[in-house]
Design a protein around this ligand. Structure first.
Ligand code: BGC
Length: 290
């Protein structure tokens, strides 16, 4: 039985979260402190390192976010399930320095929470829904001798980049519920169909979501990461081999998305955060063009 395909091998690139341009959504004055490749590791001395601290006004006091360090007694239960908030990392136990979690991969050039709600890991889930690209008569389309996969992508409203329609795991929520919920909210709409047809489609899609293959779980090279807050995700592939589940479903962008579309999978894609890495794993698993 094929299980958790390559999920245990971490993707730990650390580029987008060190990019020298300003932090997303932050005032012009907030720039990441430069972190050369050989200074990423916390174990390497970098005495000049003086990262600015930034936490977005959208995060401070938000009901979905942690309390701020200044206004709290710093009693977060890091590396544990803290009430309903899972503060464990897929990367193993991370360090807690002066009462605050420390990025397990290394320096990012900025401290505080930035745009992220949680100190420590912020857990997301990414549903990678795929089908084969076909001609009008139903033949699989080949490229360099291999069939071409397509996946459901959304265009993010925050930065215009194309991405998997993922989202944050709610406190206490099971990841499989997040995968289904986010896909429904961000990419799916069957509003124009009759109630009966809607029911049929829901069944098809829910059935598809029963049989996902885990592609990855772990740290993500996300542009929002900081020295104290970072994204982790569980990415699962839901493959519609025959195309039946989706050929009558209209994709429609939800609240967080500017648009939604089937996109051909291949090395030419430019996607948000580590999403290209996840898709390349799916292509390997399905023996598809990449
Ligand atoms: C996105 C996911 C992404 C994660 C980490 C979340 O906000 O919805 O698609 O994988 O961040 O970058």
């Amino acid at each position: 039985m094929r299980r958790a395909f390559m999920a245990a091998v971490p993707i730990v690139s650390h580029f987008k979260c060190r990019a020298p341009n300003k932090y997303p959504g932050a005032p012009k004055t907030v720039a990441r402190f430069p972190v050369p490749n050989d200074k990423i590791s916390w174990d390497v001395d970098y005495s000049e390192y003086k990262p600015p601290s930034y936490t977005s006004q959208h995060v401070i006091g938000a009901p979905w976010a942690d309390r701020d360090v200044e206004s709290s007694d710093l009693c977060f239960k890091f590396n544990q399930v803290d009430g309903k908030v899972d503060r464990r990392s897929f990367m193993g136990s991370y360090r807690v320095v002066d009462g605050i979690a420390r990025n397990p991969i290394g320096r990012t050039g900025i401290c505080g929470r930035g745009l992220l709600g949680r100190w420590g890991p912020n857990h997301a889930a990414d549903p990678i829904v795929t089908r084969w690209k076909r001609t009008a008569s139903g033949e699989k389309i080949l490229k360099e001798g291999k069939p071409v996969l397509q996946f459901v992508a959304i265009q993010r409203k925050d930065n215009g980049e194309w991405a998997i329609p993922g989202g944050m795991v709610d406190p206490g929520e099971d990841v499989s519920a997040t995968l289904k919920r986010e896909f429904g909210e961000e990419a799916l709409s069957c509003l124009e169909l009759s109630a009966e047809d809607q029911e049929k489609i829901k069944k098809f899609v829910y059935n598809l979501f029963e049989h996902g293959e885990k592609m990855y779980e772990g740290y993500v090279d996300d542009p929002r990461n900081t020295d104290n807050s970072w994204m982790e995700t569980v990415a699962k592939n839901f493959h519609d081999e025959t195309g039946d589940a989706f050929n009558r479903v209209n994709l429609r962008a939800g609240d967080d998305a500017a648009s939604v579309s089937w996109i051909d999978v291949g090395h030419e894609m430019k996607l948000y955060a580590s999403h290209c890495d996840f898709l390349s794993r799916v292509a390997t698993l399905r023996k598809a063009y990449y």
